[in-house]
Design a protein around this ligand. Sequence first.
Ligand SMILES: [Zn+2]
Length: 315
Amino acid sequence: MSPGPAAKGPEQPEFSFGQSWPGLVYLPISAFLDATQRYQLLGGISNGVTDFIQEVTPHEVAHQWWGHMVGWASYRDQWLSEGFADFSAGLFLQMTEQKPDKYLKYLDNARETILEKNNYGMSANDAGPIHMGVRLDTEHTAGAYQRLIYPKGGYVLHMLRSMMWDSKTGDANFIGMMHDFVETNLYKNATTASFQAVVEKHMIPNMNLAGNGKMDWFFDEWVYGIDVPRYKFDYQLIPEADGKVRLKASLAQSEVSDTFRMAVPIYLELDGGRIARLGTVVMKGNSTNSNLDIVLPQKPKRVMINQNYDVLARK
Ligand SMILES: [Zn+2]
């Protein structure tokens, strides 16, 4: 067998397919072409192929952790492998691209894949929770397994990362949790419950939305449930003394069960395009919070919610 470039792994002749084995990643021949070769071979700039290579290679490499170092116990837990690998592919884009555009597009595409309706009027998300694994594929929801487990499994991790983010320590909480998950499940088959136990060990106070120190609320919603909220955000900026400005805002959550809770981050765009996270608003059920009233030291260019697709939501 031709070993291929060591930095990537062996090539295999199928054009758009990758597979990860323990200690070995098979990548399509197209992944070994540089941009010029792809241009010559494909007769133009093919963004589809470039995206495929940028996303599938890290997905397959990520299976060295998610799938091989940590396995999954049953089809119900397979999202721990495919979802985590999809999350890792997004992380790769965030870390290797200068601008956040491709990373945000990746998250938006994942959102579309989860919620897009097929000819029967069914989205992959309508098929059932990610915990159903391969049983999501039915006559009216063909392909739902792949269209849900991968991107929504990735979103579960993405949402945890966002909730664990800290303005001083960044991703340190999340990274600590993921290291612990690998260490406690190394060369074992993890279950959804074993993952939840690690999340609960590392949860921070603003994740305690049910007030009982557990993350059941989150797993019930996103792993064992199918609710996907819609948000409506309105705000006003009112000038105050000393160049300060008062932010008055209202946030509405809809299309969910009465018990559905989520913490929704609010962001500010400041001078020079810098984005800063202001804080989070906890929402429960179908409701509107019109009491948001904060004095800011300076006028932001705009105020946004969910800027980093922090919560999987309808648009
Ligand atoms: Zn995979």
